[in-house]
Ligand binder design. Sequence first.
Ligand SMILES: *[C@@H]1O[C@H](CO)[C@@H](O)[C@H](O)[C@H]1NC(C)=O
Ligand SMILES: *[C@@H]1O[C@H](CO)[C@@H](O)[C@H](O)[C@H]1NC(C)=O
Length: 264
Amino acid sequence: MESKDADFEESRPLTHEYHDRSEQQARSYGKSFAARLMINSYLVLLHITIVALVVVLMSETSNTSPSPAAEGISWSPARNIVEYEVNGEHALNHEVYSPYSGPPTDEQDQAWTHLIEPIFFSASAEELERAGESLHNAVQMTEGGYLATISVYHELHCLRQLRWFLYSDVFYPNRTMEEDKYLHGHLDHCLEALRLSIMCHGNTGLYSFSWDDPEARQPTTRSNARSTCVKWSSIDDWARSRNGSIDPLLRWPLRGDHRAGSGS
Ligand SMILES: *[C@@H]1O[C@H](CO)[C@@H](O)[C@H](O)[C@H]1NC(C)=O
Ligand SMILES: *[C@@H]1O[C@H](CO)[C@@H](O)[C@H](O)[C@H]1NC(C)=O
């Protein structure tokens, strides 16, 4: 740095003003010393600023979401535990089922139950307040603390409810008109919750379309897109570490301690 700056200074052309040579030299040396001092101070400041910026950026990205709009998001007890991975999974084949899709079987019911099992956990008053939640009328748990969940579990719960309705012959074979009306209201709310979440996360992976069968009535979707996804085990581990439960014991205002009983 030092020698380079010096070279830079000395390679400057002299001014064309008429001056006594020695006076000009003296002035030039004085000027160049001041300029050098200024440039050096400037460079030191710039260096400190860049190092500080890198440190801040690295600490910001090391344990939070890579989302560019992370500033201003609400605090959550799970905010800093989430890990990410690049994932290229797609549900494109209509005949290939995952443990969660396809016509109902016992294995699927178990897979869904295992997935949603830790949905409800006990949050402390401090946690609710830090997350911006009101304690007014907040549901308390028998074990202590307040009933809480995180958004992704609410969305999974909604998906499972929609799935049950899709296969209502199996899951609600004898439902009354009143129950049917309740389900429509609930599931409409679920569709809205899922719409908001899907649009919030706005996956931009490219899909194209193909004619797998020249006589097909519809094109087939295809994609090789890879997305940044939450590493599910990071959320699952956290929810289980909070002793999350699907059917927690609650303090009801009039009935005393009871299970929620909805089976979520
Ligand atoms: C629905 O009703 C049928 C006929 O009354 C009965 O056999 C069946 O057990 C009922 N299913 C459920 C899930 O309640
Ligand atoms: C979860 O339950 C275990 C066993 O009952 C207990 O030791 C632990 O403190 C609980 N953890 C939380 C976060 O409540």
